[in-house]
Design a protein around this ligand. Structure first.
Ligand code: GLY
Ligand code: MN
Ligand code: MN
Length: 450
């Protein structure tokens, strides 16, 4: 992630309008929660137990929403109605590490700046009393009387509003998709060249221009059976003796905004025919599901629609000999598609606010039996969501299916044939438009690469 990436005039203007919108949203949230000002702590570095090595710093998303400052602990932002936001910018005189650069870049003009060289100096620039303050941050960021209180009504309002992206955010998300698309193609090349998971991961990093530290989440790089592990967390350094399939779920970050893209590839060959047919069917289903991203649509319906697609594919591909209705009723599709269709995307890969019933809070329930769905809201223009259907051969879920009353309807010989390929997930980042078909950031990014 490049904190000061791309200082073109377009970013200046996009960011100016973005901050104006955030100011309005903050004022609205403050009036709803009855606070006078919003104080946001960027966060603090955390250390391993009995150790002096810090964990990778994770900024408060509410802080990086205002400016592309992702590696800036001990900084603060004060937002007051009718004032320019005040940024207290921590820049220590540190010769062990590279301190944050002097504040420059397209974002600087939108803030009243105070530079501090010690964390306590923030107190000189911030309110002397916490009275009337909504202080948003992690508990560890507390500084004397400035103790985060994270008022729920304020957070609910901010999280509700944040699902709709500004043009600055959309442009950052587009760029994050472009970086990731390029890297996914490099990963595929490394796989087709016989590379190990670790080599594919490194090819991805080189092409994205990221290091591991910059990724919005740990890359998922699964060859063969590893493609069946939804969040496979290792990277085998041994080259596969018989490569068959590759699932890469990996993104990139621009200005602190994430992409989250999954592609599944076949290595080819005569044995891959059934897998490739399944891959083609999933590709068609994924595109149809992306097309369901429309203003006013209940995202839960897209999830339920995915189960219908999976049922049809299981029947058409000869995996399950049951009616699609019966498959749904007996939760057969959940054995093959055991996660949600997607989530909000933005400052966090699984962005906050997915279950809010309204700006005033409350929870909008998941459909019964679908515990892993991460978004239950109606879609609004400007929302960015992922659409990520999957179909996997997961041994533990297949054992349960085999033992169930639906087990007899499964063609287990065909399942055995596909097990060594692990599974399929295809994931795009999609923006809901006011009218008509959605903008598919990920497909657009791949298309631009030719
Ligand atoms: N990369 C995690 C997810 O797709 O939700
Ligand atoms: Mn993903
Ligand atoms: Mn995702």
């Amino acid at each position: 992630m490049k904190d000061t990436a791309n200082a073109s005039p377009a970013w200046d203007e996009l960011h100016r309008r973005h901050v104006a919108e955030l100011q309005q949203r903050a004022e609205r949230a403050l009036s709803l929660s009855g606070h006078e000002a919003l104080l946001i702590a960027s966060g603090v570095e955390k250390y391993g137990f009995l150790d002096d090595r810090p964990y990778l710093f994770q900024p408060n998303p509410h802080f990086k929403a205002w400016a592309p400052l992702c590696a800036h602990p001990d900084s603060w932002l004060l937002v007051r109605p009718g004032h320019k936001p005040l940024l207290v910018y921590y820049q220590p005189d540190d010769y062990w590490h590279v301190p944050p650069a002097p504040p420059t870049g397209f974002w600087v003009e939108q803030f009243e700046l105070r530079i501090i060289s010690a964390p306590e100096q923030a107190l000189q620039h911030l309110p002397a009393s916490a009275q009337g303050l909504a202080i948003v941050g992690e508990a560890d960021a507390a500084l004397q009387h400035l103790v985060p209180n994270n008022p729920q009504p304020l957070l609910d309002s901010l999280h509700w509003q944040r699902a709709v992206k500004t043009d600055y955010e959309l442009q950052s998300l587009r760029q994050a998709s472009r970086l990731a698309a390029r890297a996914h193609l490099a990963a595929r090349e490394a796989f087709l060249g016989g590379g190990s998971e670790a080599e594919i991961h490194r090819a991805y990093l080189v092409a994205s221009g990221h290091t591991d530290r910059d990724l919005p989440y740990g890359n998922i790089v699964g060859i063969n059976e590893h493609a069946a592990v939804l969040h496979y967390q290792y990277q085998d350094s041994t080259r596969p003796t018989q490569p068959r399939s590759l699932l890469v779920d990996a993104g990139a970050q621009v200005h602190g905004y994430a992409s989250d893209i999954t592609r599944t590839w076949s290595f080819g060959g005569a044995q891959a025919e059934a897998f490739e047919a399944l891959l083609a069917a999933m590709e068609q289903a994924q595109l149809a599901l992306v097309d369901e991203v429309r203003a006013g649509c209940d995202y839960r319906d897209i999830h339920l629609s995915t189960h219908r697609h999976i049922a049809r594919i299981l029947r058409e591909q000869g995996l399950v000999r049951m009616s699609e209705e019966a498959m749904l009723a007996q939760q057969v599709t959940s054995a093959f598609f055991p996660h949600g269709i997607g989530h909000l995307l933005g400052l966090q890969v699984h962005d906050a606010g997915g279950f809010l019933a309204s700006e005033q809070g409350g929870t909008r329930d998941k459909p019964a039996g679908h515990r892993y769905l991460r978004l239950t809201r109606d879609l609004l223009p400007g929302m960015c969501v992922t659409i990520e259907p999957g179909l996997y051969f997961i041994p533990t879920l297949l054992r349960q299916l085999r033992a169930s009353s639906a087990g007899a309807a499964v063609d287990w010989a065909r399942v055995e044939q596909l097990l060594p390929f692990g599974g399929i997930r295809i994931e795009d980042d999609v923006v809901c438009r006011a009218q008509g078909a959605p903008e598919n950031l990920s497909r657009d990014a791949f298309a631009a690469l030719g």
